[in-house]
Design a protein. Structure first.
Length: 391
């Protein structure tokens, strides 16, 4: 969705179309054919991330000087949407390289940018794992207990982290800890003494490579150059912003695929002498789903545009919260309706809609529940009024 002089254009630019088509082709040829197989294995094909990386699909938000493709947030959202059309679970892992980019760009040192951003942009495919959540709190980051204390040229970290994001042979972890009452980000490399993976729980959704393990840091020593020097709290917020925006985009892609499957089945399936698409009980569900999808996509693109162009990050938080809230809940409605239209076939594990039904459910929970998004929106609305959010 490009911005034109004197108004808004809803026509994609040539670059956006090119990347969209590239992502769609990759989803059709590389994700859809293997999704069921790897869903059953609850694993991730190790060659898939390098394949996506070589096409630039993992580095859309990384600056070119660090080896990335560097497109705007709207274009990056379009790529995430198309990949999720192929398979939401696999797309989540491919897109995970994007999440640490913004915190590192805004708050990292030049040395940290030069070391870690090229890793994320590499053709080998590299992930960063974000460790924020703890046992006593999920969305309430303020209750965090993981601590860090200075000891010479090192920092000593102690604490426990749950639901670690994007853990799967990560290139590095970004750990949020408390230093003298202030939240601070630390870059912790795999194999660091004192960093221990203690448990990998099972989940209802299919994390593939993204297994969300539990980590313990016991006197884990990190060099001072791996401390992100400023913006621990703001850095975490930027991470959540990117995650929430891409969750909204992925929900749009999964919704489109589920709706397409339901539409095809409604035209094929005959009941009481005619295709079930001709029964209002089915056709109205399809109409409602299409409306939900169109609204979710427009809101997501609007939030993505604000992400790049709005200076007031609190307003951006509100717009992204609205996109994540609406798109994730719309995806739940769309996929559920699609499963209902498919009937018993929709409940079969081999059916893509059954997989999407499990995968999109978590989007109303992780990176801030729907209730947290409503809280962000309500507080912003009461403090600033309507105008900043509809501008």
């Amino acid at each position: 969705m490009a911005v034109a002089t004197g108004g808004i254009s809803f026509t994609l630019t040539p670059e956006q179309r090119e990347l969209r088509d590239l992502a769609h082709e990759f989803a059709a040829n590389e994700l859809r054919p293997i999704a069921s197989e790897w869903d059953a294995k609850d694993d991730f094909p190790r060659d898939l991330l390098p394949k996506a990386a070589r096409l630039g699909l993992t580095a859309t938000r990384i600056p070119r000087e660090h080896g990335g493709v560097e497109v705007d947030a709207v274009t990056a959202s379009i790529v995430a949407e198309e990949l999720s059309w192929g398979c939401a679970g696999l797309a989540a892992t491919i897109g995970a390289t994007q999440f640490p980019v913004r915190p590192l760009l805004r708050f990292g040192t030049e040395e940290q940018k030069e070391r870690y951003l090229p890793m994320l942009a590499s053709e080998e495919g590299c992930l960063a794992a974000f460790a924020t959540t703890e046992t006593q709190g999920g969305s309430d980051v303020s209750s965090m207990r993981t601590s860090a204390r200075r000891d010479g040229d090192e920092w000593v970290l102690n604490g426990e982290k749950w639901f670690v994001t994007s853990e799967g042979d990560p290139g590095f972890y970004i750990v949020l800890a408390v230093v003298d009452g202030e939240q601070t980000l630390f870059i912790v490399e795999p194999g660091t003494p004192g960093l221990e993976l203690t448990r990998v729980p099972g989940f209802l959704h299919d994390p593939y490579l993204d297994h969300h393990p539990e980590l313990v840091l016991r006197d884990c020593r990190v060099p001072d150059e791996n401390r992100v020097p400023a913006g621990g709290n703001e850095g975490a917020k930027e991470w959540f912003l990117v995650e929430r925006l891409f969750i909204a985009a992925r929900c749009c892609g999964a919704s489109e695929r589920a709706l397409d499957i339901a539409r095809d089945w409604a035209l094929e399936r005959v009941a009481f002498g005619k295709p079930i698409a001709e029964h209002e009980g089915v056709s109205f569900q399809l109409a409602d789903s299409l409306t939900d999808l169109l609204a979710a996509r427009l809101l997501t693109y609007h939030a993505a545009h604000a992400f790049d162009d709005y200076e007031d990050r609190k307003v951006v938080h509100g717009k992204v919260a609205a996109a994540k809230l609406f798109a994730s809940e719309a995806a739940g409605r769309i996929v559920d309706r699609s499963l209902q239209i498919l009937g018993g076939r929709g409940y079969m594990i081999e059916n893509p809609v059954a997989r999407f039904w499990r995968e999109v459910r978590v989007d109303r929970i992780w990176e801030g529940t729907s209730e947290i998004q409503r809280l962000i929106l309500a507080r912003g609305l009461l403090k600033r009024g309507v105008e900043p959010y509809v501008d």
